[in-house]
Design a protein around this ligand. Sequence first.
Ligand code: ZN
Length: 302
Amino acid sequence: MKHSFVRKLFLLCAVVPFIGAVSAQKPIKALLITGQNNHNWKVSHAAIKQILENARLFTVDLAVSPEKGQDMSQFILDFTPYQLVIVDYNGDAWPEETNKRFTEFVKNGGGAVVYHAADNAFANWKEYNEMTALGGWEGRDEKAGPYVYWKDGKIVKDYSPGSGGSHGNQHQYVLTLRDPKHPIVNGLSAKWKHAQDELYDRMRGPGNIANLLYTAYSDESTKGSGREESLLFTVEYGKGRIFHTMLGHAGATLEDNTAMFCTGFQVTLLRGAEWAATGKVTQKVPKDFPTETEATYRKNYK
Ligand code: ZN
């Protein structure tokens, strides 16, 4: 009897570390690029880093650019240690070498997340616009590509002339699921209420969306476009996967940051980031995900 117990214990001890090693997922190495923005990047980059690291799925290094107007020539980034790059940047052009390296990184299978005003950046960098699919402001017009929105159950590409990028008043709005089988959104609510935020509209660009995940109606009563706008989607570029989220306008401080507190923003960011890095989503659908009628918040970013 005693012998058998000792033997079982021995087996258990031998087996447990093995199981532990198999189930413990190695964190995804991510690089977050920031340092210039027409937004409060000091808040947004810190919030994103906390959201990703609190989920224990990622480690996030920072690449902080020189300030606007300063010498950018030394801002040469090495993407080789990373599976994922998060762009929280809208400012001066990066050095050509960094542009080339970033393009190669994604083309060769690296993951990228395009966050909020990062899709305003680099209006004249062709490859970057192909990685974001849609952009706004910075002089964009019909030469940037079509408007891309949802109408009558499908994606519409509208080549009519006009400027690209605007938004109405900040307000709460409902996002509607358009591609329920995609791993990023599989199991998430078909409709959920987002915390008060900007709703980007009239964005235009190459329009090469791979999977349109969520749209939202931009109501003219809030000075919107009257269209169902493409707000969360994926892009494929070479072997690379890109998750583009237009949500998450940064607040004044980490404690006053309503749009980024939104559970829907955080959960879709986490799932989109994991998918961009690995092609899979291992995260469970959380119980606190917002419903169609009620926004929910994670004010401690976890
Ligand atoms: Zn904004």
